[in-house]
Design a protein around this ligand. Structure first.
Ligand code: 8X3
Length: 249
């Protein structure tokens, strides 16, 4: 039975991926900051296999290494890492952006992904086996008005996905990215700081992706035979053509 570690597992794409991978027979390490949500998910999935939760803030490098170090021996060997944790904070022109928002996006989306990867790579390298899925975004492929720092953080994920694949080539570790477009999750609620009305408007008038749609594709990516590596995949809902072109009713 394979073990997958998922960051940001308490909601959205991370949670849906946990459910999909549990159904596909994976043991799971569910990581996040909201322990009650992780517990609820662990309980929901525990009949399907071994579930373990790790509660840490991905921005805190010591906490990241300590948490991964604390894994019990039966699930210490991580086969699949889903670098999913990430969010947008604010949607403002560059001159108006908040420093806290910028720090949060770069610390979580970029540095957090690096810390978790660094903590998990030694085991994968030792076993010469592993699979890393980086959850990027269409915002890592193009830049849109007021997306500035969020887009920069996701462009960094795109660069790191390529960099990891190059540096880990020949070492038994597959690296690939999925870059979703508009997915209806808590994403916009977080971006707009709980302005629910503004968040809901983002997904009105068309059918956005569901977290389950993305989870389904991630499950496909990590269940290919070893010689197949889906290196870079972009997925949008049918109504979306680019970050700024969405066919709304
Ligand atoms: C989410 C894509 O376009 O809503 O990463 O910023 S977008």
């Amino acid at each position: 039975m394979k073990t997958a570690l998922i960051t940001g597992a308490s909601s959205g794409i991370g949670r849906a991926t946990a459910i999909a991978l549990a159904k596909a027979g994976f043991s799971l390490i569910l990581c996040g900051r909201r322990q009650e949500r992780l517990d609820e998910l662990k309980n929901k999935l525990s009949t399907l296999g071994r579930m373990h939760t790790l509660n840490f803030d991905i921005r805190d490098k010591e906490a990241v290494f300590k948490a991964i170090d604390s894994l019990p021996s039966d699930i210490k060997a991580i086969d699949v890492l889903i670098n999913n944790a990430g969010n947008a904070h604010g949607l403002d022109p560059i001159e108006k952006g908040s420093l806290e928002d910028w720090d949060a996006m770069l610390d979580i989306n970029v540095k957090g992904l690096l810390y978790v990867s660094k903590a998990i790579l030694p085991g994968m390298l030792h076993r010469e086996s592993g699979h890393i899925i980086n959850v990027g975004s269409t915002a890592g492929k193009e830049v849109y008005p007021n997306g500035n720092v969020y887009c920069a953080s996701k462009h960094a994920v795109d660069a790191l996905n390529q960099a990891m694949r190059i540096d880990l080539n020949g070492k038994g570790i597959r690296v690939g990215a999925i870059n979703p477009g508009m997915v209806e999750t808590e994403f916009s609620k977080v971006r707009f700081k709980d302005d629910v009305e503004r968040a809901e408007k983002v997904y009105q008038g068309f059918q956005p992706l569901k977290p389950e749609d993305v989870a389904d594709i991630i499950t496909f990516m990590v269940t290919r035979p070893y010689h197949v590596n889906i290196a870079d995949l972009t997925v949008m809902c049918t109504a979306q053509a680019s970050s700024t072109i969405v066919n709304k009713a």
